[in-house]
Write a protein that binds this ligand. Structure first.
Ligand code: ADP
Ligand code: ASP
Ligand code: MG
Length: 403
């Protein structure tokens, strides 16, 4: 008998009725003689609600106190689930991130897991307990509560699976696997039965929130297969994310979209060695996550430098850059808001031609303008207006999968 790790997301634990369905999944594995660790998210939209209530107080809360607040939702779920399992006659116990502990760095709001003390869980297994663990939260070396970033319970789950040397990690959610794109956006989406860590990592980093990107990174590093499936669905095989080499690659595996993107341009940056470095060094010091970067040809004495960030970092980024215009020897900072990234991903791209042209044709036919393009070996990303992004995804999906 082995160790089974199961994770249930917000919509799977949203109500008491749904918690009962979750209990069925848990007890089914336990009855087979397995030791079961369960990671859960906050119920339904609890985390969003907490953030809305925080904004009623201020736009710029202390990062430490923000994490104390948003970590609360998961604690409600673990206790309710343990109470329900106890009521059904099972030995179950809830654990918060700090009780294990899950030690993280001190990057509040986006902390990285440094270590997990698995003895706490293994000892409870020996005593016959089902162990219910709060996702999304940890504790830094100063005993302060941290959180792992939105959607971070997936990362807690795979990290726990790795620390327990589990055979796999089951992620139960509200869709029955990973599809060719978000089933809530496009029609006739196809389920992907098997996907490599690299492709899944690109998809989730580019906005496919079905898996938190860092859980895929951990899965790859520790070779833990991640199985995504729908809560309540009997005998689902879902999607398996693991090291895989398919005999025949599709042109692309999937399409991802990420909203709430802003583009910043540093205008008139002096065209000298080290100036670009200074901009990004400044932003790194303030822990601003910078994405796609484009620099104009520096054929004159000045150049323009554009990059994308999450819109939630916009205010802070503009302030940092404007306060340092002189230090950077730049003329002006301009920005565009309400943008989305739309990306196609697939290993098949590496040995095929015409993939970019097919994507751009779909956008041209829909009359959608691209504000920025960036590519890597297995992805092409374009920046479009947010109010056109769903239409872009639909058109690209139709072009590649329904033609
Ligand atoms: P949970 O609360 O269980 O963690 P999430 O809402 O974080 O669930 O993730 C599941 C959602 O991810 C789905 O409801 C779906 O809308 C979205 N999603 C985005 N891209 C994809 C995709 N390629 N395949 C499946 N779901 C996707
Ligand atoms: N509750 C957190 C969030 O809503 C973490 C998670 O659901 O994975 O982002
Ligand atoms: Mg999620």
């Amino acid at each position: 008998m082995g160790i089974v790790v199961q994770k249930f997301g917000g919509s799977s634990v949203a109500t008491t009725e749904k918690l009962k369905i979750v209990c069925n999944h848990i007890t089914k594995e336990f009855e087979k003689g397995n030791s079961v660790a369960v990671i859960v998210s906050a119920q339904g939209k609890t985390t969003d609600k907490l953030i809305t209530e925080e904004r009623e107080i201020t736009d710029s809360p202390s990062k430490r106190e923000h994490d104390v607040l948003v970590s609360v939702g998961e604690q409600i779920t673990i206790s309710k689930l343990a109470i329900m399992l106890n009521d059904m006659g099972y030995k179950a116990i809830s654990l918060t991130g700090w009780q294990i502990p899950i030690i993280t760095d001190d990057h509040f709001g986006n902390a990285k897991i440094k270590s997990i003390r698995n003895e706490t869980i293994l000892d409870l297994f020996k005593e016959g307990y089902i162990v219910i663990i709060a996702g999304f939260q940890g504790i830094n070396e100063n005993n302060e509560i941290t959180t792992l970033g939105r959607g971070g319970s997936d990362t807690t789950a795979v990290a726990i699976a790795a620390s327990l040397n589990a055979e796999k990690c089951d992620i139960f959610t509200d869709v029955d696997g990973v599809f060719t794109t978000d089933p809530r956006i496009a029609e006739k989406v196809k389920k992907i039965d098997l996907i490599s860590y690299d492709e899944m990592l690109e998809l989730s980093s580019l906005g496919a929130k079905v898996l938190h990107n860092r859980c895929v990174e951990i899965g790859k590093k520790y070779n833990i297969p991640i199985v995504v499936k729908e809560t309540g669905k009997e005998n689902s095989t879902g999607t398996i994310v693991k090291n895989s080499k398919k005999l025949e690659d599709m042109e692309i595996s999937g399409i991802a979209k990420d909203d709430n993107i802003s583009r910043i341009t540093v205008m008139g940056l002096e065209n000298k060695i080290g100036k670009t470095y200074k901009v990004f060094n400044l932003l790194a010091k303030h822990k601003i996550n910078v994405d796609t970067i484009v620099q104009s040809f520096g054929e004159s004495i000045n150049k323009n430098l554009s990059f994308t960030i999450k819109s939630s970092d916009l205010k802070e980024t503009i302030k940092i850059l404007e306060d340092n215009l002189e230090y950077l020897t730049a003329r002006e900072i301009i920005h565009f808001d309400n943008l989305s990234k739309v990306s196609i991903v697939g290993i098949g791209m590496t040995h095929r031609t015409g993939i970019a042209s097919k994507m751009f044709e779909a956008l041209y036919e829909e009359n959608i303008n691209m504000h920025l393009i960036s590519t890597s070996e297995i992805k092409i990303t374009v920046l479009v207006n947010q109010d056109e992004a769903d239409r872009a995804v639909k058109a690209i999906h139709k072009k590649f999968f329904n033609n």
